[in-house]
Design a protein around this ligand. Structure first.
Ligand SMILES: *Cc1c(COP(=O)(O)O)cnc(C)c1O
Length: 409
């Protein structure tokens, strides 16, 4: 008799976006003329940069001729892209990496979810709260999360990030093995300083923990003192892997490409204390379960590192960050407490008058026809907040903020 992996049955259904969609369509059905503006979306809206489109066309043409056609590529990515990554994303920040420490993938969701494959099934987990749900759910699937008590999982340590601690998580009181950090953060839009990151690296080195560092929003950092990579912190190569994505950086949410950095210095122990190089293990895992990202997509990603690609990407990010600035200003002027939106395309807004996340969501929907995301959907510490994204059209952001300015509360 075949049985199922019952860990999957433990997963809590994440109804967040389905619930939002249902509430919005119910409201629309009753108020068909309501001019609804969606600022809840976590997807980009600007088209791919021209340099990327040109690279796609060119690579597609290569695929049409026998002498330039490409079949299976290297599982860990083409050397031209790994080289561009090492030279473009790390060398300028003083981080020296070898190309074989870069693993090109089809996006950061895959690898943040898959990386646990090569780590022990008994490892304890630590996450900041609120958080991107993939880190928790992938560990539930792997059987590491323990049991759900209605709020959280018994074998997961939650480090709350709220206005009260200025969104700076405290180190876990007990040693934990696998620590997920995402900075700039989704959903709060906040960052950690170099000094704070140093604490996490020191903690990980002391306890032989591994940091799983998600840098998907690295390109949105504007303040020069904020690190873009965990490897800017000395010692991080011995304790951290880092996930990158071209999705939010360059509009690749539909094209699919990212990469994971697994330094050769990073070792993790067997139960009997023997050291194992994770780079070697991850390479083995990828060669077995992954056959690489499309050649044309890797050519498209490499185009981001050309001079024109870079400036086009900067322009798109500038567009979103101008949205963020306008929104921050208007929300603050409306008397709301706003966090994020400076080094990230997310604004994390405290609900006024002690309203719950869902109550404020309803108020914004029914009074000014703006769709947000209730913060509690990202974890218990998200209660009392909503998330707005700066990924919308400029005109929509302006109109939504105009309505907010006309008085809501
Ligand atoms: C969007 C996002 C990603 C990127 O996902 P892709 O699979 O690369 O599209 C990764 N981490 C976080 C926190 C995100 O919000």
């Amino acid at each position: 008799m075949a049985t199922v992996n019952e860990n999957f049955l433990k997963l809590q259904s994440n109804y967040l976006f389905a619930d939002i969609a249902r509430k919005v369509s119910a409201y629309k059905a009753e108020h068909p003329d309501a001019p609804i503006i969606r600022l809840g979306i976590g997807d980009v809206t600007r088209p791919l940069p021209p340099a990327v489109i040109q690279a796609l066309h060119q690579a597609t043409e290569e695929m049409a001729h026998a002498d330039t056609f490409r079949g299976y590529g290297p599982e860990h990515g083409y050397e031209f892209l790994r080289q561009a990554i090492v030279e473009g994303d790390f060398a300028p920040r003083g981080v020296q990496l070898d190309t074989d420490e870069i693993f090109v993938n089809d996006g950061a969701k895959s690898d943040t979810g898959n990386f646990g494959d090569i780590l022990g099934g008994d490892n304890t987990i630590c996450v900041t709260d609120p958080i991107y749900p993939v880190y928790i759910d992938s560990n539930v699937m792997a059987g590491r999360a323990g049991n759900f008590d209605g709020q959280g999982w018994s074998r997961i340590t939650y480090c709350p990030c709220t206005a009260e601690n200025d969104f700076v998580p405290e180190l876990p009181a007990h040693p934990t093995d696998m620590i997920y950090l995402c900075y700039p953060n989704n959903p709060t839009g906040t960052t950690l300083s170099r000094a704070e990151l140093e604490k996490w690296v020191a903690y990980a080195l002391q306890h032989h923990s591994i940091l799983l560092y998600d840098a998907a929003y690295e390109a949105y950092i504007t303040r020069p003192e904020i690190p873009h990579s965990i490897y800017e912190i000395p010692g991080a190569k011995q304790c951290a892997v880092e996930f990158h994505s071209y999705s939010k950086t360059a509009g690749f949410t539909g094209l699919r490409c990212g990469y994971t950095v697994v330094p050769k210095q990073l070792v993790v122990r067997t139960a009997s204390g023997e050291e194992v190089q994770l780079n070697r293990l991850w390479n083995r895992r990828q060669c077995t379960k992954f056959n690489g990202t499309a050649y044309i997509v890797q050519r498209a990603a490499a185009a981001i590192y050309t001079e024109e690609g870079r400036s086009q990407v900067r322009e798109t990010i500038g567009y979103y960050m101008e949205n963020a600035r306008l929104m921050r200003e208007a929300l603050t002027a409306a008397g709301l407490q706003v966090y994020g939106g400076v080094d990230a395309p997310y604004l994390w807004v405290r609900t006024p008058d002690g309203l719950g996340s869902w109550e404020f969501f309803e108020k914004l929907l029914t009074e000014i026809h703006v769709v947000s995301t209730p913060g509690v959907g990202f974890g218990p510490a998200g209660e009392g907040y909503i998330r707005l994204t700066a990924f919308g059209e400029r005109a929509d952001c302006i109109e939504a903020m105009r309505r907010l300015g006309q008085g809501l509360f």
